[in-house]
Write a protein that binds this ligand. Sequence first.
Ligand code: AMP
Length: 326
Amino acid sequence: MSGIRPTGFLHLGNYFGAVKNYVKLQDQFNCYFMVADLHSLTTHPDTRELKSHVHRVLAENIACGLDPEKVALYCQSHIRETGELYLYLNMLAYKGELEKTTTFKDKARQQPENINAGLLTYPVLQAADILMHRASLVPVGKDQEQHLEMARTFANRFNHRYGEVFPEPAAYNFGEELVKVPSLDGTGKMSKSENQLATLYLADDDDVIRKKVMKAKTDAGPTEPGTPMPDYIENLFQLMKLVSSEDQIAYFEEAYRECRIRYGDMKKQLAEDMVKFISPIRERAEEIRTNQGYLRQVMELGAEKARASAVETMNEVRQVTGLNYY
Ligand code: AMP
């Protein structure tokens, strides 16, 4: 189980941190993937635009290879049961631990005029989404590690207080480290809403991709063998490892070691490999996005599958909590 907020265009971080693994998991497991529209309300977006953002995220997921027939691909707000589980879990989540969450502290800094209770309990709603399907594997990027730890805590507290209902969910990347795709400017990570010029979006056209990559920060290059790589150069190599061939990577690594690297050439290569990777996804997504009838069918089918699982879980939750009396 996993989700993506409809707060903007999907980017390379969403792809390599999350969607790529969704696609790998869909043939092996019973999967639930959702567009987290309720979570996006914590930052007070214009809700008149939500529908088109939800459509975009769905279309981009499908364009990346997710098959709505194989998985439950749904919209969070269509599963009303989540509100009930969120409420129960809120009674097991403490103010102190929620206030200490890194994402809460970051958001509170970014929007000091809007530190709402939904923002504080964001990890509780996320836990409700995951536990609703009694999921054990949660494919997410590195930034979600702490939230998953909290979901485990809430699951354990619930089980301990009322009875075993939930398995322990864990962040999952096929046994590998969780992924963090760095931004092009050498500071932080690619993101839907911040750092847009340093983020490559799956909807960027070829020239925009080239421009963004060519603007990435570099320097005059190493002058002595053994010079440690600055962060912003290491990030470029990291990005290359996502889309370029092993030969190309080896070529530029050797050029770095031998102090003859030309960053202009490296960025040109990276830009072309990014264009080759992104453009087919962009084109497929655009086609799907404009097919509103199809997207409606996808959402209805997804909600039907997710609701069936939610109803089953909530019956058990009401049973063990004893909240099923008249
Ligand atoms: P969000 O865009 O915050 O709704 O996140 C959706 C998914 O993408 C989550 O699983 C995140 O962990 C993942 N994600 C977002 N940004 C990055 C990034 N720069 N690198 C790796 N994964 C990311």
